[in-house]
Design a protein around this ligand. Structure first.
Ligand SMILES: *Cc1c(COP(=O)(O)O)cnc(C)c1O
Length: 474
């Protein structure tokens, strides 16, 4: 028998050292949050700078924790774009807040795998409970509740949610249609994750249709959707999946979900609604227009990791009927069999997602919801919408700028009247200056600027400061 001389490895960080380093880490994060406002928002390093500063090979022997932390400050921090800065207005926000970070830390410490109910019952049951709570918090339809035919799960991203929806929709047509006869549809302003999901699911480019949108509202033209589906049917193809958007990435446009649902019902196509950013607004009852038509969709996704104080990753995915999804994703090898699953008494979330393993994400959501309460969450999104309205009014009053799309929530899309080159110049000047960070998009072929308000520490004065920069650059 093989015998090792001394194979009981003593890990370098003892529990006491971990305690000390951990307390320091919390201080480090809290200090970071206090000073993040003064850091240049967009990292100013050049490609390759960070790698060039790192040793080419891993260390032969372990290093002191204090050396590692000082390298974080010196080598890593210059390459950080500060998403938690109150002056971050690019893309959409990626919220991180104290209770969510503590939940994340606890989840890492527990280190559980929640693939089956049996592998950690609390991981599954708290998640089911949070998904039901989210239905109450956002006024979502009862058909998504865990007690009925549907239910909810936390995905890593809205992109995964779209992929799961595509696979469930495909499952519904199984046995009747060949995979290469299926066609999927979304508006030209739908998020790129829809096309990526179709690609992963094995659809070719000519099985995915991009439907034009209204040039003023940027919402999907439902009649154009109907025409495209009818053409495909005449050609012997099978429309199987439509993705509508509640709040597009470019301009928070809302597709006409009721009209689209009528069409999907007629042609028996799965309707997935992507509310990745805007969905969170429903925590405030006056913004429940974001849920319009939701009681008629097959699946729905939105991201607390964007605008609901919960750090990435935490994406809500709801289905009205979980059977096709489970049929599409369930594979049961012998080594995962257990009594609770066999009896059908429990939910096994591995059947609701692509990977097997899963993190205890519900913990951070539970901490966030309990710390803020429904009222706190509503006031959080309200504050950003107020700031956006305020900014919109100032832009409207400025002779050199114009608003280019409605501002239903906290994203303002606008442009300098001078044309694309002026808008690119202004964007680059702002971002290179480090005091603020905004991004652009294209609407009706024109370059337009986006100011997306939603960082945890953003106040009116930060938005005003960015307005002043814009005014100075006009
Ligand atoms: C951000 C966004 C997504 C993608 O979200 P992930 O969670 O990063 O996959 C999808 N749809 C819309 C409308 C978005 O704004």
């Amino acid at each position: 028998m093989w015998q090792s001389p001394s194979m009981s490895y003593q890990p370098p960080m003892s529990n006491d050292e971990f305690r000390r380093a951990g307390h320091e880490m919390i201080d480090w994060i809290a200090d970071y949050w206090e000073r993040v406002e003064d850091l240049p928002v967009l990292s100013q390093v050049e490609p390759g700078d960070i790698r060039a500063s790192l040793p080419t090979s891993p260390p032969e022997s372990g290093e002191a924790w204090s050396d590692i932390m000082s390298d974080v400050d010196e080598l890593i921090m210059p390459g950080i774009t500060h998403w938690q800065s109150p002056n971050f207005f690019a893309y959409f926000p990626a919220n991180a807040s104290p209770p969510s970070v503590l939940g994340e830390l606890m989840s890492a410490g527990l280190g559980v795998q929640g693939m089956l109910w049996a592998t950690s019952p609390a991981c599954t049951e708290l998640e089911t409970h949070m998904m039901d709570w989210m239905i109450d918090l956002c006024g979502l339809p009862d058909r998504f509740r865990s007690g009925g035919a549907g239910g909810g799960v936390i995905q890593d991203s809205a992109s995964s949610g779209a992929l799961v929806a595509i696979l469930a929709a495909r499952e519904r047509t199984a046995g009747q249609w060949r995979w290469d006869e299926l066609v999927a549809y979304s508006s030209e302003h739908a998020h790129s994750s829809m096309i990526k999901g179709c690609k992963i699911a094995g659809l070719t480019e000519d099985q995915v249709r991009s439907i034009p949108s209204d040039p003023t509202t940027h919402a999907m033209d439902a009649q154009a959707l109907r025409r495209a589906m009818e053409e495909d049917i005449v050609a012997g193809r099978r429309p199987f999946f439509v993705q509508a958007t509640a709040g597009t990435t470019s301009s928070t446009a809302f597709d006409p979900v009721h009209e689209i649902a009528d069409i999907c019902k007629e042609y028996v196509a799965w309707l997935h609604l992507d509310g990745a950013f805007a969905g969170a607004a429903a925590v405030a009852p006056e913004f429940r227009f974001v849920n319009d038509g939701l009681e008629r969709v097959d699946s729905y996704t939105f991201n607390p990791h964007k605008w609901l104080l919960t750090n990435f990753d935490c994406s809500m995915f709801f289905v009205a009927d979980r059977q096709p999804m489970i049929a599409a994703l369930s594979v049961l090898p012998e080594y995962l069999r257990n009594a609770a699953s066999d009896e059908g008494a429990v939910v096994d979330y591995r059947d609701w997602q692509i990977p097997l393993g899963r993190r205890f994400r519900a913990l951070k959501l539970w901490f966030v919801i309990r710390t803020h309460g429904a009222e706190g969450l509503a006031n959080f999104v309200r504050s950003h919408v107020d700031m956006a309205k305020n900014f919109e009014a100032k832009i409207e009053a400025h002779p050199q700028y114009e608003i280019v799309a409605p501002t239903p929530l906290s994203l303002v899309t606008f442009r300098h009247v001078g044309g694309d080159a002026d808008n690119e110049r202004i964007r680059d000047a702002i971002n290179n200056g480090g005091e603020s960070y905004i991004t652009h998009t294209k609407l009706n072929g024109q370059t337009v600027l986006r100011l997306a308000i939603g960082a945890v520490r953003t106040e009116q004065r930060h938005v005003d400061a960015t307005y002043n920069l814009l005014a100075a650059l006009a």
